[in-house]
Structure formats: C-alpha cells, structure tokens
Design a protein around this ligand. Structure first.
Ligand SMILES: *[C@@H]1O[C@H](CO)[C@@H](O)[C@H](O)[C@H]1NC(C)=O
Length: 343
C-alpha cells in the first residue's frame, strides 16, 4: 500500500529532475555552434563506428510561419525507433533570437522520452550549409535530409530506410526530377519525365553521411567553384548533391513510393513547382505557368553551370519506383505494371 502512495511522488520528482536536466542539456545544445573546421579530416569519424540501424534526421527550417508544422514533424521523427537524433537546421538569419530560444525550448520539451532534437542555427544563409559535415553531431551511417513542409507516413519512411540499407551508395527518396538535353538548343535542361528520373529532391532524401563530407569538403577547386554557383544562384544545392553522388556511383537515384507524402509547398520557392507533387503530378504540369517556367529555367542554368566547372554531367537515369508490397520483396512499377526491380 505504501508503495502505491509514495511512488507517484517519487516519480514526480524524478520526472521533474529529468525535465530540468534535459532542459539544461538542450538549452546548451541549442547554442551549440559548429566546430572551427568541420572539414578537418582528423575530426571525421570512421563510418564503421557509426550506427547503421538508425538515421539522423536533418530538417531544414526557414519560415517562422511554418514553426507549428516543423515542431510536429520534428516530434514525429524523434518518436520513431529508426531515428537516432533530429537536427533542426535553422537557415533564416533574420529570425529574432527570442523566437529561436522559444523554438529550442519547445523542441526539447516535445522530444522528452524520444530521440533528442537539437536546434542548430546555420552559420550563414548559404544553401550549402544544409550539407555541412557534422562529425560531432551525426552518429549514424545515414542521414535523412528533409524540408519543413513535407510529411511522410511512418511506414514509407521505414521502407525507404530499408531500401537504403541495401543500396547504401545511392540517394533514396520520394520526389524526383530529371535533366535532359534540349537537342534544338543543344543545351542541358531541367525537366520532368513520365518514366525516368535522375535528380532526387531534398524534400525527402536518404543518403550516407560520408556524402556530406564529399559535398562540403571534397572535390578540391572544382567543388569550391560548384558550391559558389549554388550561392550565386541561391538554388540547386540538391542538384549539386545529385552530381556528387552520381560522380561517385555512376548510377541514378532510387525512387520509392510513399503511401502518404504530403507536401505543403513553399512560398520561398517562387512558384513552388519543385516543392509540389510527385513525378506523376509533375507530368500534369506540362502547361507551365511563367513562374514555374522561370524556376525550371534557373535549375537548367544550374545544370549547365555545374557542367562547365565539372567538365561533364554525371547524372544517370533511374527507372520505375520501388514499392512496398508482397512482404519483403521490393517491386518496381514500370509502365503501369509491377515487376521485380532488376528486370
Ligand atoms: C512554443 O510553444 C508555445 C506553447 O505551445 C506556443 O504558444 C509558441 O508559439 C511556441 N513557439 C515557438 C517559437 O515554437
């Protein structure tokens, strides 16, 4: 009987102490800045010492109006057994410090009992910062890069991570686009194909952690120049990552079908085209509005600029879509039919 009376009080105290400690921990965490040189090769961790059964989630945050959605996404990821930790990368330099502090508190409270969530204020508003190497905060072999306005159901997330497990050098995700050669103009363009793809978008992208280092620290003068193009265009960091990975693997990304993927769109993205819909929806957009057209042109220009500095376009096409069906067997949808993916 005593136990029944006392236990809730003790528990209460334990919980309160824990809350305090966690809060303290996360407040400190929230202020954490990047180490002096994240590209220092001696600071990199041996991939074999990193966990492969869980993923680190890097969510890009920018818009204050989407903070409620960001909180709910971060909390959902933190609650998944597949997630080791969640880093919210805040890329908007004009957000007031008070808002950042409150967001950090809210995140630490909502991650109680789940994987830790930390808020990282990006050192600059460069889009390249989303791929910074973070050897001190990433303890997994894979990372999930995603936007603050894309919601994916648990099962599809788990399935995509499983597909990554057997394709560790590839980019895995739910939203794709294509490059192509415009024969009349003899130039590379950015487009959507109904049956193939070569660019995985960062709305949701699983990749091995080493690629962050390759993107941010590798590739010498060529990559310095390519990252400069991203800064100049204020766009296309995702396309550049696809270049980096294709250069390495000589293979295209792998598209996985999500049961439910909701994309709330993004006002930053003039026209928002690249933030909406799947490959199929992209096809319906053929009658391009002028804003969408402008956005596409810009992305095409990126491909041409990357081509110039790298000397080639390494992008490769992938075909079909891996679907979660027939138990453990990955099937691909091709021409409206389900076939084994290697057919
Ligand atoms: C933090 O949470 C409180 C209470 O739910 C909410 O009113 C506030 O808008 C949140 N602020 C931020 C910045 O997350």
């Amino acid at each position: 009987m005593m136990l029944i009376d006392v236990a809730p009080m003790v528990m209460n105290q334990v919980v309160r102490t824990l809350m305090f400690l966690l809060h303290f921990f996360f407040s400190v965490n929230a202020l954490r800045t990047l180490p002096a040189d994240p590209c220092d090769p001696t600071a990199q961790r041996d991939p074999r010492t990193l966990r492969s059964d869980q993923v680190t989630v890097l969510i890009n945050g920018y818009s204050e109006s989407r903070i409620p959605l960001l909180l709910s996404l971060a909390t959902a990821y933190a609650g998944s057994p597949l997630v080791s930790s969640v880093l919210v990368l805040w890329g908007n330099p004009s957000t007031p410090v008070q808002t950042i502090d409150r967001l950090a508190q809210n995140l630490s409270v909502s991650s109680l009992g789940a994987a830790p969530i930390s808020l990282v204020r990006q050192p600059s508003n460069s889009l390249n910062a989303r791929f910074l190497s973070r050897p001190f905060s990433i303890g997994t072999q894979a990372v999930l890069i995603c936007d603050d306005d894309v919601e994916v159901d648990h099962r599809s997330f788990g399935f995509a991570f499983k597909i990554w497990g057997s394709n560790r050098d590839r980019l895995i995700g739910f939203f794709v686009r294509s490059h192509d050669l415009d024969l009349s103009r003899k130039e590379w363009i950015y487009t959507v194909h109904p049956d193939k793809y070569s660019i995985m978008l960062t709305k949701f992208m699983i990749l091995k952690t080493e690629y962050l280092f390759k993107y941010s620290c590798g590739g010498g003068a060529t990559m310095v120049e390519a990252r400069r193009i991203v800064d100049r265009m204020r766009n296309c960091e995702d396309i550049l990552m696809n270049f980096v990975v294709a250069e390495e693997t000589n293979a295209g990304p792998i598209l996985v079908r999500a049961e439910k993927a909701r994309d709330y769109g993004d006002p930053r993205n003039d026209g928002g085209d690249e933030r909406r819909g799947s490959m199929e929806e992209g096809v319906k957009e053929v009658g391009l509005s002028s804003r969408r057209g402008a956005h596409r042109k810009r992305r095409g220009e990126c491909i041409r600029e990357f081509h110039k500095v790298m000397g080639r376009v390494p992008l490769r096409y992938g075909y079909g879509k891996v679907v979660n069906s027939v138990g453990e067997q990955g099937l691909c949808e091709k021409g409206g039919q389900l076939v084994f993916c290697d057919q």
